[in-house]
Design a protein around this ligand. Structure first.
Ligand code: 4AD
Ligand code: MG
Length: 436
């Protein structure tokens, strides 16, 4: 540690306000370089990366030698004078005056050369330290904040849904089962049904938490554990539901653009397409989407669900996210309300991200009729007992209500312009991977 009272401690992100001063920094050696009489350290401290320069003659020989003997990811405390340097990454450079080793680092497995994805995932706990991953995590934190700010400012009440549940929301094929004191139970696939209860108690509510799906497919869009934000509104129809979605998402995208230019640069993300993310978003029906597919030469039968190539082909026709509404009832969940004018389709919508990133939101109006809901449960082969409370919501003052679920990782994959959603969550849970 620097001698007491020596220099004020700073963080790399705040160097701007210390130009010309000698400050203390604490962090890790991200990279080292030497050119004879000068040693360079790239220091990282979580808030940023900065180049520190130790020149023989300006620091004593012992310090110079200590710098030369550092290894990648050693933890250090140092002091140095902050200089503005437009050519330096981040715009500042630190001229070293002293350095102390906190702990050395063994040979670090992640070097600056390219590594394969499996190796990086095995070392996710260390991979997180690299600039790209740091940039993605910063975006993730702000994305969640922006969504929640918008909801809180628009009179939504946070009402957490349980994770341990007695019933399925999104079909029984992807349930993770657990033994709940001898009773069958499941990890939540969605907090939606509980939000329907809280919305009828509080008007407009949302939950934000992890959700679990034992997906059988290995894709760049599926995690087994992902985080979903699920707003729900009493006295709301599909149109209003879509309006809320486009407002909330546009707010969040513009919020990130305003605050995270540096992260978008670090990720090489061209933000021109994101600038256009403003309401209103185009709204097309499933029928319109099928027409687009046919025009583009797809063999597609009305009634089938869209796969990733179909979503990409449809979204390519638009310069911002697009709603596809009124899917065939047969491909959607039991709780979707049929369109009274055309009961074979439902009053639900998916929001497809631009640039081929696929579905990021699923939502719509809920079945509010008791008898029809009872019938649907039967048709879907679901037992009535665990859904008794859910049916009660239709028994005691049922009202039109609607909501949606937005997947944080899918949304961030698109916003950050990543190839695969595994980089958008600190510790991804994927098919065949639960380590680290
Ligand atoms: O379309 P889904 O299945 O809808 C629901 O769960 C509704 N109950 C939500 C609601 O209305 N409250 O999932 C919603 C979103 C998807 O659009 C996607 O962003 C994300 O959750 N998602 C996944 N993200 C990562 N990995 C998976 N396996 C995902 N499954 C869904
Ligand atoms: Mg969906």
């Amino acid at each position: 540690m620097p001698a007491e009272g020596a220099s004020p401690l700073a963080t790399i992100s705040r160097l701007k306000s210390h130009v010309g001063e000698v400050v203390g920094l604490r962090g890790w050696v991200y990279n080292l370089r030497s050119s004879g009489k000068i040693n360079f350290i790239i220091l990282r401290d979580g808030t940023g990366f900065v180049q520190c320069v130790a020149a023989l003659g300006e620091v004593d020989e012992a310090t110079f030698a200590r710098v030369g003997g550092l290894t990648q990811e050693s933890s250090v405390t140092l002091t140095g004078k902050v200089r503005e340097d437009r050519r330096a990454p981040g715009g500042y450079e630190v001229t070293l005056t002293s350095l102390d080793l906190i702990a050395p680092s063994a040979e670090y497995p992640i070097t600056l050369k390219e590594h394969g994805p499996e190796f990086l995932l095995d070392n996710r706990h260390l991979w997180l330290r690299t600039p790209r991953q740091v940039a993605v995590m910063r975006l993730r934190s702000s994305l969640v904040k922006a969504f929640r700010d918008w909801l809180d400012d628009n009179d939504f009440i946070l009402a957490d849904s349980p994770i341990l549940t007695p019933s399925s929301c999104e079909g029984t094929a992807t349930l993770f089962s657990i033994d709940y004191y001898g009773e069958p139970a499941f990890l939540s696939q969605s907090g939606q049904m509980y939000q329907e209860a809280t919305a009828l108690a509080l008007g407009k509510t949302y939950c934000f938490g992890p959700t679990f799906r034992a997906e059988k497919s290995k894709t760049r869009r599926h995690l087994m554990e992902f985080w979903m934000l699920e707003p729900e509104m009493a006295f709301c129809d599909l149109d209003e539901d879509m309006r809320v979605q486009e407002e909330m998402l546009s707010y969040a995208v513009q919020y990130l653009l305003k605050r995270h230019a540096e992260e978008f640069v670090a990720l090489g993300r061209d933000t021109a397409a994101l600038e256009r993310v403003k309401p209103p978003f185009p709204r097309i029906s499933y029928d319109d989407a099928v027409d687009i597919l046919h025009k583009k030469g797809f063999e597609f039968t009305w009634g089938d669900d869209f796969g990733a190539p179909h979503e990409t082909a449809v979204s390519e026709e638009f310069d911002r996210p697009v709603f596809v509404h009124r899917y065939p009832a047969a491909v959607k969940a039991f709780y979707m309300k049929p369109d009274p004018e055309r009961p074979e389709v439902i009053l639900g919508a998916d929001l497809l991200a631009p640039e081929g990133y696929g579905e990021i939101i699923g939502g719509g109006q809920r079945l509010d009729d008791l008898e029809l809901l009872e019938r649907r449960l039967k048709e879907h082969g679901l037992p009535e007992a665990p859904y008794r409370w859910y049916l009660d919501l239709r028994r005691y003052g049922s009202v039109p209500h609607a909501g949606f679920g937005i997947g944080i990782e899918r949304t961030l994959t698109w916003i950050a312009g990543l190839d695969h959603l595994r980089e958008t969550i600190p510790f991804p849970r994927m098919i065949n991977r639960i380590y680290p």
